[in-house]
Design a binder for this molecule. Structure first.
Ligand code: C2O
Ligand code: CU
Ligand code: CU
Length: 554
C-alpha cells in the first residue's frame, strides 16, 4: 500500500490558480512535504511494529475506529454524559498515536488520533467520539485536572486546550513540544465558564498536518444549573473537511499556493464521518458546533431555510441570544445553538449546509508581494454543501421555548480598557509567499516591545488586514470582546456583505475573523496569568507558516 501526499489541483472557486498570481510565482520550498513524507514512513514503521502486538502501543480504546455502519446510517448521537454529582479531581491519560478510522463508508483510512482513559476520578470525564477525533473531555468548573500526555507520533507534539484560561506552562505552546516517545504532565484548575472548548496539538510548523490527520477533540466545561437542554438533548458536532486519494487515504496539500491560501478539503466531515446523519427527537436541543477545519471559514445554513438561535459564542453564553439566517464560523470558533425540532415532521431530513467563504482580493495582492495588482475587489459565491443531516424521529412533538435572556457573567469589560484612544496595532500583510503580523513572523518564545502588556489591565487591540485574504485571529489566554469593524480598504466590502449577517460577536470570543481590508478592534483582558501567550491566525497553514507571535503579560 502506498501513502502519497499529492498536490491539490482541483481547489474550486476564487482560489483557482492564476498563472500571474504572485502567490504562485514564489518558489516551492517543500521542506514541509519532505518532513511529511518522512513522517509517513515513520508511521508505517510504527504500525508495522505494533499491529497485532499484544503489548499494543494503542490504548484499550474508548475511541476505537468505527467499524459500525451505524456511524454512517442514521445514528442517535449520545449527547452529554451524566457526570457524578460531586466535583472531584480527575487524572486523564491522553495518548496521540497512529490509528485507523472509517471516515467514509467501507474505507479504512490511516489517521493520527487522541485516545484517553481516566486514571482517577469520574469515568464519565471521557466519552468516545466514534471516529478519528479524540474523545470528548468533560471537565467541571473549578475542577483540578491532571493530564498525562504521551506522544507516540513520529514527530514532536504538545496539546493545547483551546479557550481555557491556564498558566503558560499548561497552555501547550510550541516551546513545550515533546519528541516522539516523550510525555508532558499537565496539572491545572478549570477556571473557565461552562461552555464549548476543544483541544488540539500546537507544535510549531506541524499543527496543520497533525490536526488534519485527526488530532483534535472537544472539551466541554460543565457547570451547575445551566438552563439549556441537557444530557441527550445536548449534542456537539465538529465540522471539518478532508481530501482522499484513490486509496482512501488522507491527502494533505503542501503546494505553495495551498499553504499560502490554507488547505481546503473537498469532502465535508462532521464528527469525523462523511455524510453523518443523526436522528433527533421532536423537541428542543442545544447544538454545539465547532469549526475544526484547517482553513475553511464556513457560512452555515439549514436546508429548511430556518435560521439559527445562537445562545453561546466560543466559551461564553450570550446574555442576549441572537437569531440569524446564516451562521459564519471561522476555524476554531464555536457557536452553541438552541433549536426546536418539534416543528418538523417525523421522518423529515434536515441538512446542515456549509459554504466556503474563501476569498482572495486581486487589488490587495500588490504591495510587497513582488507582483502588480490587478485592480478591483474580490468576488465570493457561496455554494452550500451538505455538512451533515438530522433525521426527525417518530415520537410526539414536545415544543420548547427559545431562551431569551441567559445568565451570562461579564467576561470582558471594554470600558476598563486603558488605551481606548490609542489601540495597540497589528497589521496583517502578505508578501514573499508568507503572512506577517506587523512585518514579522514566528520567532520562538519572544515578544517585541509592541507585544508587552501589563498584568491586570484590559487593552484595545486593532487588527488591520492589508493582505488579500481573510485571517481568523486567535488569542491564547482570556476571551475578548469584539467592539468595532471599519474599513482600511473597501475592496473586500461587497463580498463581506454576503456573509456579514452570519457574524455573531455580541458576546466574547477567542477567535475573530479579520476580513481583507478590515480594521477590527477588540478589548482584551490580561488579568489571569503572567507570561508568554500566543496570538496567531487559526488558518493552520498560516500559523505553521509563521503567522504566529507571543504577547508577554508582565
Ligand atoms: Cu486553537 Cu493557538 O490555538
Ligand atoms: Cu488557543
Ligand atoms: Cu491567516
Amino acid at each position: 500500500m502506498t501513502r502519497r501526499l499529492l498536490h491539490d489541483r482541483d481547489r474550486p472557486g476564487p482560489a483557482q490558480p492564476d498563472p500571474r498570481s504572485p502567490l504562485l510565482a514564489a518558489k516551492v520550498i517543500d521542506r514541509r512535504q519532505a518532513l511529511s513524507l518522512l513522517g509517513s514512513a515513520g508511521l508505517l514503521v510504527a504500525l508495522g511494529g505494533c499491529r497485532g502486538d499484544s503489548d499494543s502501543t494503542v490504548l484499550p480504546t474508548t475511541s476505537a475506529p468505527s467499524t459500525d455502519p451505524g456511524a454512517i446510517a442514521p445514528s442517535t448521537a449520545a449527547g452529554m454524559p451524566q457526570l457524578s454529582s460531586e466535583v472531584s479531581d480527575v487524572h486523564i491519560r491522553l495518548v496521540a498515536a497512529p490509528s485507523t478510522a472509517e471516515i467514509r463508508p467501507g474505507t479504512s483510512t490511516d489517521v493520527w488520533s487522541f485516545q484517553a482513559e481516566v486514571l482517577e476520578g469520574d469515568p464519565a470525564t471521557v466519552t468516545p467520539s466514534g471516529s478519528y477525533l479524540g474523545p470528548t473531555l468533560h471537565l467541571r468548573q473549578g475542577q483540578r485536572v491532571r493530564v498525562s500526555f504521551e506522544n507516540r507520533l513520529p514527530q514532536e507534539s504538545i496539546v493545547h486546550w483551546h479557550g481555557l484560561v491556564v498558566p503558560q506552562d499548561q497552555d501547550g505552546q510550541p516551546s513545550e513540544a515533546v519528541a516522539p516517545g516523550g510525555s508532558y504532565e499537565y496539572d491545572f484548575a478549570v477556571a473557565n465558564e461552562p461552555g464549548t472548548y476543544w483541544y488540539h496539538p500546537h507544535p510549531h510548523h506541524l499543527t496543520g498536518e497533525q490536526v488534519y490527520r485527526g488530532l483534535a477533540g472537544l472539551l466541554i466545561v460543565h457547570g451547575e444549573g445551566e438552563s439549556l437542554p441537557a444530557g441527550p438533548r445536548d449534542l456537539a458536532f465538529v465540522l471539518q473537511d478532508r481530501t482522499f486519494d484513490a486509496d482512501g487515504q488522507l491527502r494533505y496539500v503542501t503546494s505553495n499556493h495551498d499553504r499560502l491560501a490554507g488547505f481546503v478539503g473537498d469532502t465535508l466531515v462532521a464528527n469525523g464521518v462523511a455524510g453523518l446523519t443523526v436522528t433527533v427527537e421532536r423537541g428542543p436541543y442545544r447544538l454545539r458546533l465547532l469549526n475544526g477545519a484547517n482553513s475553511r471559514t464556513q457560512s452555515l445554513t439549514l436546508s429548511t431555510g430556518d435560521g439559527f438561535h445562537v445562545v453561546a459564542t466560543d466559551g461564553s453564553l450570550l446574555s442576549d441570544p441572537t437569531r440569524v439566517d446564516a451562521l459564519v464560523l471561522t476555524p476554531a470558533q464555536r457557536s452553541d445553538l438552541w433549536i426546536d425540532f418539534s416543528r418538523f415532521e417525523p421522518g423529515q431530513r434536515i441538512d446542515l449546509l456549509a459554504a466556503d467563504t474563501f476569498i482572495e482580493i486581486p487589488s490587495m495582492m500588490g504591495g510587497g508581494m513582488g507582483g502588480g495588482g490587478m485592480g478591483g475587489g474580490g468576488t465570493l459565491t457561496l455554494e452550500p454543501k451538505v455538512a451533515m443531516s438530522f433525521l426527525i424521529g417518530d415520537g410526539p412533538a414536545t415544543p420548547g421555548e427559545a431562551p431569551q435572556g441567559l445568565e451570562a457573567p461579564l467576561v470582558v469589560d471594554p470600558t476598563a480598557a486603558t488605551n481606548t484612544d490609542a489601540p495597540r496595532k497589528f497589521e496583517l500583510t502578505t508578501r514573499q509567499a508568507s503572512h506577517w503580523i506587523n512585518g514579522v513572523g514566528w520567532d520562538g518564545r519572544t515578544a517585541s516591545a509592541g507585544e508587552i502588556v501589563a498584568f491586570g489591565t484590559t487593552e484595545i487591540w486593532e487588527f488591520t488586514n492589508l493582505s488579500p485574504m481573510a485571517h481568523p485571529m486567535h488569542l491564547h489566554g482570556e476571551a475578548f470582546q469584539i467592539i468595532e469593524r471599519t474599513w482600511a480598504s473597501d475592496a473586500g466590502a461587497a463580498a463581506w456583505d454576503l456573509i456579514a449577517g452570519g457574524i455573531v460577536e455580541s458576546g466574547p470570543r477567542d477567535t475573530v475573523l479579520v476580513w481583507p481590508g478590515q480594521r477590527v478592534r477588540i478589548a482584551v483582558p490580561f488579568t489571569k496569568h503572567r507570561g508568554y501567550f500566543l496570538y496567531h491566525c487559526h488558518i493552520l497553514e498560516h500559523e505553521d507558516g509563521g503567522m504566529m507571535r507571543n504577547f508577554l503579560i508582565q
